[in-house]
Design a protein around this ligand. Structure first.
Ligand code: GAP
Length: 506
């Protein structure tokens, strides 16, 4: 675990040192859980966004993309349930003065019991070898059974208490489980209180005329309220989808772990409108599609897993997370939710406008059901960095840090270096750069030794470095160095573009 914590620390300092992510307003000591993307981070983030947009919008004939405003009519959030139900229960420890999400304290306690079960299983599987039957062990081992029963007992108390907003019951559960503050170690807790996560501000110039509006906590509602406009103007037929990417804001109680949980973040969401009754088919379809998208980046499948929700949000009849193995363990990266007709029906009711679709095949009008895929762009950024960040010991005993980014996501696809800052080499390097830069993000660098320049671009995740030397002037060849293998090859200048293009398709 300590090693994993070090990994997160190393990623954070690498992200700062190499111009990926800075703390917001750093010269004023920062703003909690708000971050800025720097010159290389902005490129990486844009590439992730483009990769998502291409897979969702460009590759699907029946999905279109929009860009709705962050500010929306305040009644949108009443209809969506966010004004009344977008709350987290919070609790403070009186000794450490630390604030926690009460349900997360209980879920962390459950995770500890699950870890005990996993330990028993690992021990037994070593003892029994090939003949080990995990399911039978789970069903018969008394210690495992007792722990499973404990977990069930806790869930039976936590979930109804959450559903019924019973803060006293959650407090009692924390006390009964003997949960202590991870910082002070004490069990000296305040009462549990509900906390609405939406940020609000005033729209209008005079105090009397101003109205309270919210910064959107999800991009999805901008899609719902535009669904009929898009359907009509785009002549879309069900099933069809609307996608968008954009900022969302949540006043998170506990905002830690770098860009994993932020107060201002970006989502990439798609609402897929389907016939009522067909939602489970599409829910399964999108679960698989989205998992395949992750795997298409070449990140190993074992870094991902599904987590089906026991407790459903107020709008869903089925929900699953795609979890990724972050340095802090497996955590939610993306959600796939079957949202029924909850949102559209609520907007019909609150706006008084019909939001029905006339299905020409069924000759019937209905409020469509919705299956949503929702991924945090910043979380995906952290997932990609977690996968890519590699510390290597080389054959000569030296160390290198390399970002093994999927090349399609790398901020720069190629760096061009003149071996020396003289003898016509910079001019030739610029000529090569000019030939590549309309197709690829390129970087030109002539400072420092060639070895240092290679290391710097390893750290940025640049898949190829092209070096221009004296021979280049004689025969128009360059050396091209591949980031992961560090192999160098001499190739003709006109071959460079094709080599990069082939790698980007792979
Ligand atoms: N429209 C559905 C929705 O917003 P969600 O599970 O609350 O569902 C979707 O959020 C995704 O947005 C999450 O899986 C996560 O990747 C990202 N996300 C949510 N809150 C976040 C936060 N505070 N910081 C960064 N990413 C966040």
């Amino acid at each position: 675990m300590a090693q994993q914590e070090d990994l997160l620390k190393n990623i954070i300092s690498h992200a700062k040192e190499y111009g990926f992510v800075f703390q917001s307003s750093e010269i004023y000591d920062g703003l909690s859980a708000v971050y800025d993307y720097a010159q290389n981070g902005a490129e990486l983030k844009k590439n992730i966004r483009d990769y998502w947009w291409k897979a969702m919008v460009q590759m699907h004939d029946n999905i279109v993309g929009i860009d709705s405003a962050i500010f929306m009519h305040p009644t949108v959030w009443k209809a969506s349930g966010h004004v009344d139900a977008f709350n987290d229960p919070m609790i403070d420890n009186k000794d450490s003065k630390k604030r926690y999400r009460a349900d997360v304290l209980v879920e962390d306690h459950i995770a500890k019991i699950e870890a005990k079960i996993a330990k028993e299983i690992t021990k037994a599987s070593k003892r029994f070898g090939d003949s080990f039957d995990e399911q039978q062990f789970r069903e018969t081992n008394p210690r495992v059974l007792a722990n499973l029963e404990k977990i069930e007992g806790i869930k039976k108390r936590l979930y109804p208490a959450m559903d019924e907003n019973d803060m006293e019951a959650i407090k009692l559960l924390i006390e009964d489980l003997g949960i202590a503050c991870p910082v002070s170690g004490s069990r000296n807790w305040t009462e549990v209180r509900q906390f609405n996560l939406m940020f609000s501000t005033q729209m209008g110039s005079t105090a009397e005329g101003a109205s309270e509006i919210f910064l959107r906590p999800e991009t999805a509602q901008g899609i719902f309220v535009n669904y009929l406009n898009v359907q009509k103007t785009g002549r879309m037929k069900i099933p069809f989808g609307i996608a968008q990417t954009g900022k969302a804001f949540r006043n998170e109680i506990v905002a830690r772990q770098f860009i994993f949980r932020m107060r201002e973040f970006e989502q990439m969401e798609m609402q897929f409108f389907v016939r009522p009754g067909e939602e489970m088919k599409w829910y399964e379809y999108w679960k698989e599609e989205r998992m395949n998208w992750h795997k298409s980046l070449g990140i190993p499948a074992e870094k991902y897993r599904f987590h089906d929700h026991d407790k459903l949000a107020h709008y869903a009849n089925a929900a699953a997370d795609i979890e990724f193995e972050f340095p802090m363990g497996f955590k939610e990266l993306e959600g796939i939710h079957s949202r029924t007709d909850f949102d559209l029906s609520a907007h019909e009711e609150f706006s008084g406008k019909k939001l029905r679709y006339h299905d020409p095949e069924l000759n019937k009008s209905y409020v469509p059901y919705v299956v949503e895929t929702s991924i945090g762009l910043d979380r995906m950024f952290l997932a990609v960095l977690t996968f890519a960040y590699t510390e290597e010991m080389l054959e000569d005993g030296s160390n290198r840090v390399v970002l093994k980014l999927p090349p399609i996501l790398s901020p720069y696809k190629v760096a061009v270096f003149p071996l020396l800052k003289k003898a016509g080499l910079p001019e030739k390097a610029h000529e090569i750069l000019d030939g590549l830069k309309s197709d690829y993000m390129c970087f030109y660098e002539e400072k420092d030794s060639i070895g240092k320049r290679y290391r710097r671009h390893d750290a940025l995740g640049t898949p190829y470095c092209v070096t221009v030397d004296h021979q280049t002037l004689e025969d128009n060849t360059v050396t091209i160095r591949e980031r992961d293998s560090m192999k160098q090859e001499r190739v003709k200048i006109e071959e460079v573009s094709g080599i990069i293009a082939a790698r980007l398709k792979a």
